[in-house]
Design a protein around this ligand. Structure first.
Ligand code: HEM
Ligand code: HEM
Ligand SMILES: [Fe+2]
Length: 467
């Protein structure tokens, strides 16, 4: 047992040491996301800001790509964090896992540097292979796509082989199945066709089916583990919920894919299918909120997945006709990604830090607790301010640009120049500053939390793991 309050890797098992590396890169990329989001937000207010140096399109791309990658790093880290504990044996192929971590990180750095160096240019086969694929969220060039697939396969091997050699808990079983789907869907986004409708069709297989099916199940597994570890919730309860969630999620999420097929040139039956099934999607999310009730008052698990409920409003084709691609969408995207995924990964960061600091006390009356409290508060308050502000702008756009202006090119600009739109964008930036302060506090807190503590962690009554 390591000294209390000291950062000691000796207190971590092999998988956890690797997890800490993934978490470190995740936090750096989270910082990049915030930085480029702020720059993109400023450009809404001052369109010539950094024009020709760092254009909006590049800032926006870096912002959303950094998000996808930091969340993926956070997920991979979280899985490695729990892997040995859950399976009962050391990670199989840990050396490979470590090698892959460095390759993956290096590839991300190269991709980002190329994004920054080659901001404009012709779109050719070579640019798809070397620079940018042009698919929102997964812009990474083809060489990196292939690299990502290799890294994910290696990760999958580590996870599946460890559970297979140790023991397959219910969480482990769901996780392994989910990783197959997660990796398999990524391949759909690599299919190249010059037909834009077809391209969008397959692209949504990655984007929608990741966030509204496979990622949700993945955080379901993480949450199940986290609840057992931090709250001592009985395994049977969380695992039952996990199975119910999986069933509901795949039941509604797969056909819910139709809510992205409304205006991209796919057949009209998607209006009915998409509208109906995606309206059912919030059900599993509500079920997840029930989980979150367990979390109440506990700082290490801040997740509640209800924010994605915001999606419910614009998921019916009759409404989506007016809101499609406006700031409504951006508002929903921010709340959903932050609420469902960022909070979950942050929870794992804290679980990791506690153990890394020699299992120090992190309960009530923690020394210096104001920092995490303010960090979490500013992140949430900033996010809510941003989301509300974007919603105001989104309402204005649906009214001026769509309902009154009839979606013409002129009406598009009338909507963008309107006073209410600009006010919404101004307040989004205020929210962004709040969020940025929250992020700085979060990093500061993660570096210092538990340092001056002398009490040992509260030991939860444990139960024996049953396979
Ligand atoms: C954690 C879960 C979710 C996440 C992370 C998420 C995220 C997002 C994001 C980022 C977009 C924008 C995509 C783009 O760039 O075009 C989007 C669009 C959309 N989402 Fe979600 N979403 C989630 C759940 C839901 C749910 C449950 C519903 C419906 C009940 C929903 C309905 C929609 C609709 C209708 C659109 C298209 C908006 C448009 O037409 O512009 N989402 N979502
Ligand atoms: C300082 C905080 C942030 C600022 C100022 C900011 C700003 C922005 C801006 C300006 C855009 C482009 C919107 C557009 O094209 O109209 C954007 C897009 C996006 N941001 Fe952020 N952002 C911040 C934090 C976050 C966080 C923490 C998340 C999620 C964890 C996030 C997720 C997204 C997503 C998913 C999109 C794409 C939305 C869509 O396509 O509809 N952002 N953000
Ligand atoms: Fe969706």
């Amino acid at each position: 047992m390591a000294a209390l309050g000291m950062l000691t890797s000796a207190n971590l098992n092999g998988g956890q040491k690797l997890a800490v590396k993934y978490f470190t890169v995740a936090i750096a990329l989270f910082g990049a996301q915030v930085l480029f989001g702020m720059l993109a937000g400023i450009q809404y207010l001052k369109p010539d800001f950094l024009f020709g140096i760092l254009d909006f399109s590049v800032n926006r791309m870096l912002h959303v790509n950094a998000m996808v990658v930091w969340l993926l790093f956070g997920f991979i880290g979280s899985v490695y964090w729990m892997l040995e504990d859950e399976s009962g044996i050391p990670v199989v192929g840990l050396g490979l896992g470590n090698l892959i971590f460095w390759i993956f990180t290096l590839a991300v750095v190269v991709v980002v540097v190329v994004y920054l160096l080659v901001q404009v240019g012709p779109g050719e086969q070579s640019s798809i292979w070397l620079i940018n694929e042009g698919r929102e969220y997964i812009e990474a060039p083809r060489w990196a796509d292939i690299g990502i697939v290799v890294c994910v396969l290696a990760f999958f091997y580590n996870v599946a082989a460890t559970f297979a050699k140790g023991k397959f808990t219910n969480i482990g079983g769901v996780l392994v199945m989910d990783l197959i789907a997660l990796a398999g869907l990524y391949l759909a986004g690599m299919y190249y066709t010059p037909n834009i409708s077809m391209d969008q069709h397959w692209w949504w297989w990655v984007i929608h089916l990741w966030v509204e099916a496979t990622w949700e199940v993945l955080v379901g597994c993480l949450m199940a583990y986290g609840l057992i570890k931090t709250m001592g919730v009985r395994r049977k309860i969380v695992e039952t919920w996990l199975y119910i969630e999986v069933a509901l999620m795949f039941g509604s999420g797969i056909l819910g894919l139709g809510h992205h097929y409304f205006w991209i040139g796919t057949p009209e039956y998607w209006f009915t299918i998409g509208g109906f099934f995606s309206a059912l999607e919030p059900i599993p999310l509500v079920a997840m909120v029930v989980h979150a009730v367990f979390d109440a008052g506990h700082h290490k698990l801040k997740s509640s997945n209800n924010p994605a409920l915001g999606g419910f409003m614009h998921t019916l084709p009759q409404i989506n006709l007016y809101t499609h691609g406006t700031q409504w969408t951006a508002s929903h995207g921010h709340l959903a990604f932050f609420g469902a995924y960022a909070t979950m990964v942050i929870a794992f960061f804290y679980m990791a830090i506690q153990k890394w600091r020699g299992d120090v006390w992190m309960g009530a009356n923690l020394v210096g607790a104001w920092k995490w409290k303010w960090a979490i508060f500013m992140l949430h308050a900033g996010m809510i301010t941003m989301v509300m502000a974007m919603l105001v702008s989104g309402y204005e756009q649906s009214q001026i640009e769509r309902a009154i202006g009839g979606s013409t090119w002129m009406a598009y600009f009338a909507g963008q120049e309107h006073r209410w739109f600009m006010q919404g964008m101004f307040w989004r930036q205020i929210g962004g500053w709040m969020f940025s302060i929250g992020f700085v506090l979060l990093v500061w807190d993660m570096i210092t939390i538990g340092k001056r503590e002398t009490r040992a962690a509260y030991v939860l009554p444990t139960e024996t793991v049953t396979a």
